[in-house]
Ligand binder design. Sequence first.
Ligand SMILES: [Zn+2]
Length: 291
Amino acid sequence: MNRYLGQISVKTVYESEGRIPMQLALPGVTSADLARMKNWFWSDELSLDEQAAIFRIEVRSYVMQVDGLNVLIDTCCGNDKIRSVPWADRLQSDWLINLARAGFAPEDIHLVLCTHLHADHVGWNTRLANGAWVPTFPNARYVFSRKDYEFFKQQTHEAHNREAYLDSVLPVVDAGLADIVESDHCVHRHIEDGIWLEDAAGHSPGSIVVNAQRGGARAVFMGDILHHPIQLVRPDIAFFADESPAEACATRTRLLGQCADNGAILLPAHFPDPPAGRVLRDGSCFAYQRL
Ligand SMILES: [Zn+2]
């Protein structure tokens, strides 16, 4: 995907994809919910039988270019990482090749923004070089939210996220390339005319969304506030990996309402390709207009 929003260009960098039973990902989704989504989104793997429906996610990064800055948003699972979950263990993906296809070498990246510090959003922060984890993007500043940094530093989390902190966050901090910031934080220029982070706590304590606007429509990089379009129909059901279920549902509903009102273009981390779209109100819930 290569999309222009005023003076901003956005490209996707694909890593991998996975499939989870719908009832595991979002327990309680009904046939009526699936039928409602079918009006504006459908794929072969979906079914109106709620027990048979599959929740497919893709894992991707975005690169945004604005004012001569190359900004990488989320860095997927990474290669060679030893993980306690099979879907991320010792992965050998073409992510670096896909980054090159999008037109970027690691040295070209100026800013790395992680929407949160789960294992599938920090992996390419580092790469293996002579047996050590070194920053993949030597010329970048990496921006992490303080709340997530403090949370994952405690090492009380499930194993794969503890592992990701140790090999994909800590080496960046040790190399002096990290900026640990508050959840509401302006990264470039001004709010509503630049790039700024917005508190989106719930999926993790320090989850943020990345807003960007320069002479065109607003873009919102949603991270894991949404994983699948069915969550526009049922923003009130917690995703199984939401750290704080009630807070995650409240944040999701609030941000979807905000996007419906301001016409922002959504760029979610895990939606099926093509991911970008606009949020519409649909009675008491939401619908999606893919772009
Ligand atoms: Zn994720």
